[in-house]
Design a protein around this ligand. Structure first.
Ligand SMILES: Cc1cc2nc3c(=O)[nH]c(=O)nc-3n(C[C@H](O)[C@H](O)[C@H](O)COP(=O)(O)O)c2cc1C
Length: 316
């Protein structure tokens, strides 16, 4: 039994004390949870997507529970980058964990504006580019087309020194192709996945459960899709991959690391239990100790794919 496993991992130049991050859009601007959770138990937190101007989001209802998950159509409601810098950064600067700020927008110029403003702001460790929101018109355009994905990342690469994490959508035919294009354009890491497009109908009223009709599916229901995406991406690129999708426990985090992730993000689980992120980090450490794994780094990409002779034959 390993006493104190080493949980540190690196996302490019950024060292995290453990591989567990809070996912964008599920952890507000950090301060909302600071009263309930010790934020330094996280390897880092990722804040809600910011746009140049404050944004009200989509009409309600904006969330619906589904089997093993939830649908949301929040639609990038946020305070806008100026209010974020003025009102949220004084708190976030004093939080003892890595701060990753998620950047969004419509046209490229909006991403550029937000990135420029944040690059001048002290206390931010990295930017995550939300190229993949299914809940805004045109929100996924940047990560469904390799050319547009590369154009966005290379434009932002040219204007900031901060590490850039490209967050990809699973709503594509081949996520590996998109991953390759953003790596070539200068992304320091890739996070995957954002939500899957989904819909639910209230059969009594025959109305959609969400005001925006469709939304994004998250939670344990999407975990196998996310693990497959991480495995695919990790086989295509050399930069670190951050796995997201349905993580509820330390064992779930191990699964993502073995499939190729360097770090993970916890999203929907936080709505079930506000301590979900720290609990994933703690149970990951316990699992490593009980499994004689001295460092989580040794788990990354350690998957064993059976040879053709060993593999069972699947015809379905
Ligand atoms: C209510 C809600 C709001 C979200 N808002 C954002 C967002 O603003 N930006 C973003 O990049 N992802 C957003 N996401 C996606 C999550 O960060 C994450 O990629 C996704 O939910 C899958 O992880 P999970 O299954 O652990 O929730 C949101 C997810 C939920 C459930």
């Amino acid at each position: 039994m390993t006493a104190q496993p080493d949980l540190t991992v690196n996302i490019g130049a950024l060292e995290l004390r453990n591989p567990v991050l809070a996912a964008s859009g599920t952890f507000g601007y950090g301060s909302e949870y600071g009263r309930f959770v010790d934020l330094s138990d996280f390897g880092g937190i990722v804040t809600k997507t910011l746009t140049p101007e404050p944004w009200p989001g989509n009409p309600p209802p904006r969330a619906a529970e589904t089997a093993a998950g939830m649908l949301n159509s929040i639609g990038l409601q946020n305070v806008g980058v100026e209010a974020f810098i003025r009102d949220k950064m004084p708190y976030l600067r004093n939080v003892d964990t890595a701060l990753i700020v998620n950047v969004g927008g419509g046209p490229v110029e909006e991403f550029v504006y937000v990135t420029e403003r944040l690059s001048d702001c002290e206390g931010i460790d990295a930017l995550e580019i939300n190229m993949s929101c299914p809940n805004v018109s045109g929100g996924m355009d940047f990560s469904t087309d390799p050319g547009r994905a590369a154009e966005l990342v290379s434009t932002l690469r040219g204007i900031t020194e901060l590490p850039l994490i490209a967050k990809l959508t699973p709503n594509v035919t081949d996520i590996g192709e998109i991953a390759r294009s953003v790596e070539e354009a200068g992304a320091d890491a890739i996070s995957a996945i954002n939500t899957l497009r989904g819909m639910a109908v209230d059969i009594r009223t025959r109305r959609p459960m969400l005001g925006a009709v469709t939304g994004g599916l998250s939670g344990p229901a999407i975990k196998p899709v996310a693990v497959a995406a991480v495995y695919r991406i990790a086989n295509e690129v050399a930069v670190p991959v951050i796995g997201i999708g349905g993580i509820m426990s330390g064992e779930d985090a191990v699964e993502f690391l073995v499939a190729g992730a360097t770090a993970v993000q916890v999203g929907t689980a936080t709505f079930v239990e506000p301590h979900a992120g720290p609990s994933v980090a703690r149970t990951l450490a316990e699992w490593c100790a009980a499994s004689d794994v001295p460092s989580v780094r040794s788990l990354i990409g350690s998957i064993r794919i059976p040879s053709q002779e060993e593999a069972p034959c699947h015809r379905s």
